[in-house]
Write a protein that binds this ligand. Sequence first.
Ligand code: ADP
Ligand code: 5GP
Length: 197
Amino acid sequence: MNNKGTLFVITGPSGAGKGTVLKEVIQSLEGLYFSVSATTRQPRVKEVDGVHYHFMTHERFEELIANDRFLEYAQYNGNYYGTPLDPVEEHLEQGHDVILEIELQGALQVKKRLPKAVLVFIAPPSFEELERRLRGRGTETEEVIQNRLAIARQECAHMDEFRFIVVNDEVDAAADRLRAIMLSCRCLRENLDFTLN
Ligand code: ADP
Ligand code: 5GP
């Protein structure tokens, strides 16, 4: 993959606040492309096909797997989630930075496939607070919340494998930290398209 842009992979347990923090960061940084994932999960109220996700059947998702159309994919709580490869490649080639917001297994697949990708783990301040946030969001049933909490404990056990960790205690502070990581990566010599005349 020709990567003129930087690929940022934002991961962390469901309910940690990845979406909330990213929304703040995306509003304040230029030249970013936010990858729209594919999923077989049912849309939530207010979720729009093609904006929040590309919603599709299991059959369609498996067809795309067979045709190698995903940069990564994983099963999470009984559904498939995956990153469509083509738009990511196109934006990186155009020199845009690309953001993936994905769960742990997918993040580790990207790390293997594209070692230059920058991985960031968004951690909740505590498991108690994570549970409060998952409930407070009000988008899942009790059974799904319990499953997500169990997965969260497994995911957080991998936190040590990440170089960058952003604890989402306060949204503004967490967004500042993530923005700082992204801006710093843009200043890395290998990422700069700059010559001094
Ligand atoms: P994720 O994308 O990681 O699943 P969300 O961004 O949907 O998480 O956040 C989960 C819930 O927690 C939402 O209701 C959101 O408003 C809330 N939330 C996110 N960050 C914070 C924070 N720093 N303090 C309190 N609540 C937060
Ligand atoms: P949700 O159902 O809450 O939208 O997402 C569940 C989990 O799947 C979250 O941790 C989210 O980050 C992750 N996810 C979303 N899109 C993708 C994707 O394309 N690939 C992978 N591996 N995980 C994803």
